[in-house]
Design a binder for this molecule. Structure first.
Ligand SMILES: C[S@@+](CC[C@H](N)C(=O)[O-])C[C@H]1O[C@@H](n2cnc3c(N)ncnc32)[C@H](O)[C@@H]1O
Length: 305
């Protein structure tokens, strides 16, 4: 996995995108029509975002005026969170008992879902910079860390997610549920290939990988392309450029070449239709900028066959 230049701006960029996603989830809790319940998200925000989330006019000014370019990301953050958690619930019902969150950021799952935590081991992999911030916030909140959560601190530009899990209690022989949410656009296609390949090569059939990604030019309308370019310029300026985009077909192809079957692969507007989000829940039309997919390990990567 990439982002080869390891500058302090990039460390901050990573931490601040994690922070921003927590702020999006925290603010969403004020919405009467909720797509995703995360009452703990605000505790994982830093002081600035906690203040912004508490003071609605401030949030409004900041998000509607200053951060307008990244509004589509907010929709993606909530939709992908709901998508991943519903898929996890079904996977746990089918007997999967390991959940690996690659690039976990300020995910509050382990503290929010004691019902699932009693049935699974959760492995949160993140950059040491982001993870230490998160652990400090957990301490500050006074939360008890569940015994079945395992924090794995790793710079994925240097080590694969699968190798990073060594020594954490993770069992490679067991089918696993993995998510790579909010990450695939920040890493090159080559690095996504390597990540997928190391999962398919080392974990058993039935393992699931869920990810969201940026749609390429061929997949968006002209209007959405403009929105996407503004969003990309905004995040690049803050140290975490979005470097990779795919069509639905090219993502299916990438995953198939690495030994995955596509369970499903859909654009956010398609996902929105599945959830039948009531009118008025969003002020924005959900743009066709992002997609989410579920891919299942079915075979060893082709070169091993
Ligand atoms: C946009 S956040 C996504 C957080 C969360 N998965 C979500 O869906 O809201 C991206 C996460 O990827 C992590 N990340 C980015 N580059 C990384 C690297 N080289 N090694 C480890 N983690 C990295 C960041 O620290 C951050 O937590």
């Amino acid at each position: 996995m990439s982002l080869r230049k390891s500058t302090s701006l990039q460390h901050k960029g990573r931490a601040s995108t994690a922070e921003l996603t927590a702020a999006v989830r925290a603010n969403h809790q004020r919405n009467p029509v909720r797509l995703f319940e995360d009452p703990l998200a605000r505790f994982l925000c830093g002081w600035f975002w906690r203040l912004v989330v508490r003071l609605r006019p401030l949030y409004w000014i900041l998000v509607k005026r200053v951060l307008r370019a990244i509004e589509p990301v907010s929709l993606c953050v909530l939709l992908r969170a709901r998508y991943a958690e519903q898929a996890l619930e079904s996977a746990v019902e089918r007997g999967i008992d390991q959940y690996v969150i690659i690039g976990a950021g300020m995910e509050s799952f382990a503290f929010r879902r004691p019902d699932l935590m009693s049935r699974i081991d959760v492995f949160e992999i993140d950059h040491p910079f982001t993870q230490s911030q998160k652990l400090a916030r957990i301490r500050q909140a006074g939360w008890t860390i569940p015994s079945r959560i395992h924090f794995v601190s790793a710079d994925l530009t240097r080590i694969s997610a699968v190798d990073a899990l060594k020594g954490s209690g993770f069992q490679r022989s067991r089918p696993t549920f993995l998510t790579l949410m909010g990450v695939a656009y920040y890493i090159s296609a080559e690095d996504l290939n390597q990540t997928a390949e190391s999962i398919a090569r080392n974990l058993p059939e039935g393992t699931l990988l869920l990810l969201d990604y940026l749609l390429d030019e061929t997949s968006s309308s002209a209007e959405h392309r403009v929105m996407k370019e503004k969003m990309k310029a905004f995040v690049a300026k803050r140290g975490e450029p979005m470097v990779a985009e795919y069509s639905l077909a090219s993502m299916n192809g990438l995953m198939a070449a690495r030994g995955f079957d596509t369970v499903e692969n859909l654009t956010l507007p398609e996902l929105e239709q599945r959830y039948r989000i009531p009118q008025g829940a969003w002020e924005l039309e959900i743009p066709s900028i992002f997609a989410v997919g579920t891919f299942r390990v079915t075979a060893r990567p082709p070169q091993d066959a």
